[in-house]
Design a protein around this ligand. Sequence first.
Ligand code: XUL
Length: 533
Amino acid sequence: MGVPLYLGLDSSTQSLTGIVIEVAGSTRRVAFQRSLNFDAEFPGYGTRNGVLPPPPQDPLVASSRPLLWVEALQRFMQILTTESGLDLTQLRAVSGAAQQHGSVYLNGQAAARFAALELRDALSRAEAPIWMDSSTTAQCAAITQAVGGADALTRLTGSRAFERFTGPQIRKFCERDPAAYAATERIHLVSSFLASLLIGAHAPTEPGDAAGMNLMDLTTKQWSEVALRATAPDLERRLPTIVPSASVIGRLSPYWVERYGVPPAKVVAWTGDNPSSLVGVGLVTPGRIAISLGTSDTLFGLLEAPKVDLSGASHVFGAATGGYMALVCFKNGSLARERVRDAYGLDWDGFTGALRATPPGNRGGVMLPWFAAEITPLVLAPGVRRYGLDAVDAAANVRAVVEGQMMASAIHSGWIGERTTAIYATGGGAQNRDILQVMADVHDADVYPLDVSESAALGAALRAFHADEVDQGHAIGWEDVVSGFVRPAAPVRPEPRNVAVYAELRRRYAACEAHALGRGPAPMPMQASGAHP
Ligand code: XUL
């Protein structure tokens, strides 16, 4: 018997990544890893950073193309089978993750078309709304009212109504294009859509990703009648069923076996990129949190019980390990850092140099980094706000964007409760120890950089491994599943002097935020306008 292989895929906003892990007892390693950038590899779809340009009449719309994701999956499998050099006869199981909340609308032909992956005529909507969409405020209000208010919806589904969540998106589609809604037989999440491609039939979803729809009852982990009724008519039959996250939902279909020569390996339910990252960074027990500095910045951790955030800023999803996960998402993540870097003509070294050249606390200068409409807190009219910060001072603006992001993450995660003493930092931005020093100082916690930059894809591979073991009747603990793959580097420790500075600045940041949102007085004169740099 050869060494078992497990494949994890992550279809994110900008790319498809696949990771193959090898597991031989306690000897474990990543045997292959490859990313395909959507814009660069598939320019014909016209995406920019993985997103289609919004229609001029609706600039808050953000969408992508399902057929792009299909082609990327085919290309990845081609590369895996021709370039990896692995003995893929040992491939035991495959799982995946995808950007959350995005939805794919299929007509009655889809069920028969998955077998040959010919989905061009199987779409009842050519475009898939994705998580960057913030165009459904009216639908959020209608759903909230129908369910009995924001608190009721949060308690029921784990989140208040969010513009990017799939329920409000479905409601908007149904209102705007009732004929196309009527022709829709199945609405998949990006994750369950891609899982369907692998098994050659409509795949179920699971509680991690289903919780990102405002449609699942968090307690029962099944669709909620009340939420379904508040969203669109005759919706339940159009949705995938919800199965436990560790379910084997089928095997690689004959399409993959015949064309790519892979074995009919088990396919494990796909989840959202954040629940998958929770496993990929090794957060399989409560008490620690992770902050991922990616396209969006996210803060997340495992919860044992379905505690919710009634301030309305955060989400609770199902966790792949069976419990729940808390997640706070900031849309202005790496895109905001890049906007500041580019606005001042810097490269990453220059950005780091600027951070080093400025004092913690930035002499009181604050930036609310809302380059794009923000999710946390909800800001629909984008625009950077500066308080006591000169827009022409490049170095101070670099520090301000990083401090602003870290303070927002600390302020909006307070509801999780337990004091955080250890943070796992992941994503592209976590390579920068100067950024991590600000994180450590603002959160007053040790920050452990993780060298897994693709935690969602790794999490998917680990979930495939776990589910295969369970399927064979082997008892395996989650600590054992992740061991050998997650090795945090030496921590960045908080600097007590800076911690004190930030405790003060945090209050000022909260006051600036309240002022910018029209909920409080001006904390200090605003030096520059809200114009972008
Ligand atoms: C989470 C969210 C994003 C997407 C894209 O709620 O909207 O993190 O999953 O990564």
